[in-house]
Write a protein that binds this ligand. Structure first.
Ligand SMILES: [Zn+2]
Ligand SMILES: [Zn+2]
Length: 725
């Protein structure tokens, strides 16, 4: 009898044995469906055996062998590495590599031919337009079914009709042909781009990590695409990872245009399961040449993988913050090393980790110094005092004047503040009472439309009190400025302006973000107000002003990565302004214009700033000069949290002593957010200059964490944490 040892998506280090019914042609890596307790779950065969220690009467058969290609060796090894490095159950890590369960959709859209609706694109109306009869009737008056809408006619359409077209495009009812100029697949590269591509091409077939550092607008994407095109032309598959928010129809269209003969598949956690599974299969069967995906796609099965690209490698969305807390960039480098292929990490503002690797010569550094469009000068950057900003609306007079000037010229502005809601606090003017969350040690954010007090940590929501619950005073003041308040202030100051707000509250609907972008690109908006969602890679040719509010908050944050993140954010935001022939301007409201970060921003000089910051990190023994792990504990009662961490602390110290490990085991402390959603929280930091020694200690205590009978305390280990909070 053959026994299959199967990894299942459950929080245990253990595998599960099943017998293999005759007729099943199982291989290691096969994806199977098995019974577990009363459920049926999808798992991965990790070993085939002749015998098992499980008693025969307890042994049950594998229920189904899914008609999917088995996971290749390198993917299984990647999952094993991730499980062991990030101290996660191996079954959960392998589950990241399997496609969503269910059946593939019968109707698949051609992923290589996304539907782009641009002013240059041509739109074809098919005969099967079923939905939206009113809008359809309108369009039918304009053109017969099956007709082609030329770019000029498209541009002449009324905005609401273009919006209807955009919806149809999204639903797959109309198709857009990519303009011929681009469809020829000619990537025109400038000298710096061509050199970068040549270096990557030359590394074909061996492990070679590259850091591609290029200012916003310098054309990193062309480099990725040209390198991917050569990899595909040589018979390989290329994997292009992008941050969640960057995987847009525009990007997919651009890829398809640049590689007209390559078969492209996207892998995105927001795709409907059926579509994601179909795309996963195309990748795993080697039918897709280029896979474009987010974090999770680093685990995609790709039998001919010969190049990995990680775009915006510094981006926080590559790190998973719960479950298996892996970092997709680091996993990508590991996978490239295992396969012996090149990996390109691209960014305008590289993470200090990658930057340090490049400086030490471990990564080859490729630099694109200039914007690809020689007409596009970098924006001018101005600082205006934040404290002069109107007390109520938060917008400095200089910024208001600059917005007014843009409105007059028919140009667009973006106002950036990293807080959603109306105001981050509600305070009593008489006694100083502040609205707090009953379940967290945090203040409640005041929201309008609908009016409520909301906790941004646990989602708790309550009515706004009519009077101070402490003293009865009715004069409650919203303090600080969120996106809603700025939107309101701008609407009051510029009554004719078309203003839109972009934050988590306005983009919950599935296509809301894409709709906003279409309206901005179609010149249907004058001012965008929003959070960091606005910072990332998109071009609006008429956007010439960016205002930044509230950035100072991050300068004095307790989190050691806060300034690095702010630098990346500001340089990206600044890169939004003035990308074509219209010069751009950035206005930052700050009370600390001499801070090194702002000085670096003015000179568009990330390198000096990064070197400064590296010096600071080295002096403090922080990453990349050390390796960290954060052990966190939460429970309903503070004593339980304290006891669990104190015990773990003592165990860790003893372990270090016995095994002679050079790891700093810090005393447990209360977490920066001491209570969240009713749970008391504490944490313990572990640090070592030697990754291997830290790993040995983690392996020892992870075992004890798992063996701990105290189920009432939730313990978790975060290796290479993104923040110490
Ligand atoms: Zn009061
Ligand atoms: Zn809360």
């Amino acid at each position: 009898m053959t026994i299959a040892r199967v990894a299942l998506p459950v929080a245990t280090a253990q595998f599960f044995d099943y017998w293999v019914p005759s007729g099943f042609e199982l291989r290691v890596g096969a994806i199977v469906r098995v019974p577990l307790a009363r459920r049926r779950v999808i798992g991965v065969v990790v070993e085939l055996l002749e015998a098992t220690p499980v008693a025969p009467e307890k042994l049950v058969p594998i229920e189904e062998l899914l008609a999917l290609p088995p996971l290749p060796d390198d993917v299984r090894e990647l999952a094993q590495f991730v499980a062991s490095y990030y101290q996660a159950p191996p079954g959960l890590a392998l589950a990241l590599a399997t496609p969503p369960a269910g059946t593939s959709p019968t109707r698949t859209r051609d992923p290589a031919r996304p539907l782009a609706l641009t002013d240059e694109g041509r739109v074809t109306l098919p005969t099967a337009l079923a939905r939206a009869p009113a809008a359809r009737a309108l369009l039918e008056r304009l053109l017969p079914e099956g007709a082609v809408l030329e770019p000029e006619a498209l541009a002449a359409l009324a905005p609401h009709l273009r919006r209807v077209l955009a919806h149809w495009r999204r639903d797959g009812l109309v198709s857009a042909r990519v303009p011929r100029r681009e469809a020829e697949g000619e990537l025109r590269l400038n000298e710096a781009q061509a050199q970068a591509v040549a270096s990557i091409d030359a590394a074909h077939g061996r492990f070679a990590p590259f850091l591609l550092q290029g200012v916003t607008g310098s054309g990193k994407t062309e480099v990725y695409l040209a390198a991917a095109a050569s990899a595909v032309a040589a018979g390989g598959q290329a994997l292009l990872l992008v941050p969640e928010i960057n995987l847009t129809p525009q990007l997919v269209a651009r890829v398809a245009a640049a590689l007209p003969h390559a078969r492209t598949a996207t892998l995105h956690s927001a795709l409907p399961d059926g579509e994601r599974r179909a795309n996963w299969e195309q990748a795993a069967r080697g039918e897709a040449d280029l896979v474009l995906g987010t974090r999770l796609a680093v685990f995609a099965a790709l039998p001919r993988l010969s190049l990995i690209v990680v775009d915006e490698e510094h981006d926080g969305s590559y790190k998973q913050h719960d479950g298996v807390r892996y970092h997709a960039r680091d996993a990508a480098v590991w996978r490239a090393h295992r396969l012996g292929i090149p990996v390109v990490l691209g960014s305008a503002t590289p993470s200090l980790e990658s930057y340090a690797h490049a400086r030490a010569g471990r990564y080859a550094r490729l630099v694109l110094e200039r914007r690809a469009d020689p007409r596009a000068a970098p924006p001018a950057i101005r600082f205006v005092p934040a404290r002069d900003a109107g007390r109520d609306d938060g917008l400095a007079p200089a910024l208001m004047a600059a917005i007014a000037a843009r409105l007059e010229r028919g140009e667009q502005s973006l106002v950036f503040v990293n807080r959603r809601g109306f105001a981050p606090s509600l305070k009593c003017s008489a006694c100083g009472w502040e609205a707090g969350c009953p379940r967290c040690s945090a203040r409640l954010t005041s929201h309008r439309a609908p009016m409520a007090l909301v906790c941004h940590h646990c989602g708790h929501r309550e009515r706004v009190p009519r009077a101070c619950p402490s003293c009865g005073n009715v004069d409650l003041l919203p303090l600080g400025h969120g996106t809603q308040r700025l939107e309101q202030a701008l609407a009051a100051a510029f009554p004719g302006a078309r203003i839109a707000r972009v934050d988590r509250d306005t983009t919950r609907r599935r296509h809301a973000f894409a709709d906003m972008r279409a309206r901005m690109a179609g010149n249907e908006l004058d001012v965008l107000v929003g959070t960091q969602m606005l910072a990332k890679g998109h071009d609006f040719p008429r956007l010439t002003l960016v205002g930044v509010l509230g950035a100072d908050n991050a300068l004095y944050s307790a989190d050691f990565r806060a300034t690095e993140r702010l630098a990346a954010l500001l340089m990206q935001v600044a890169g939004r302004a003035g990308r074509a022939e219209l010069p751009g301007e950035v206005i930052v409201q700050t009370d600390f214009p001499d801070h090194p970060l702002y000085r670096a921003l003015v000179r568009h000089d990330y390198d000096t700033f990064a070197l400064d910051l590296l010096g600071e990190r080295e002096a403090c023994g922080l990453p990349p000069f050390s390796h960290l792990a954060l052990v966190s504990a939460e429970a309903h009662r503070r004593e339980e949290v304290d006891r669990a961490l104190d015990e773990l602390h003592a165990q860790a110290l003893a372990e270090c002593r016995e095994a002679g490990l050079a790891v700093d085991v810090f005393t447990p402390v209360v977490a920066p957010l001491a209570r969240r959603a009713g749970y008391e929280r504490s944490q313990m930091l572990l640090r070592s200059a030697q990754r291997a020694e830290l790993q040995r200690l983690l392996a020892a205590i992870a075992h004890r964490v798992a063996a701990s009978p105290q189920r009432r305390v939730r313990l978790a280990i975060d290796v290479d944490p993104a923040a110490l909070a």
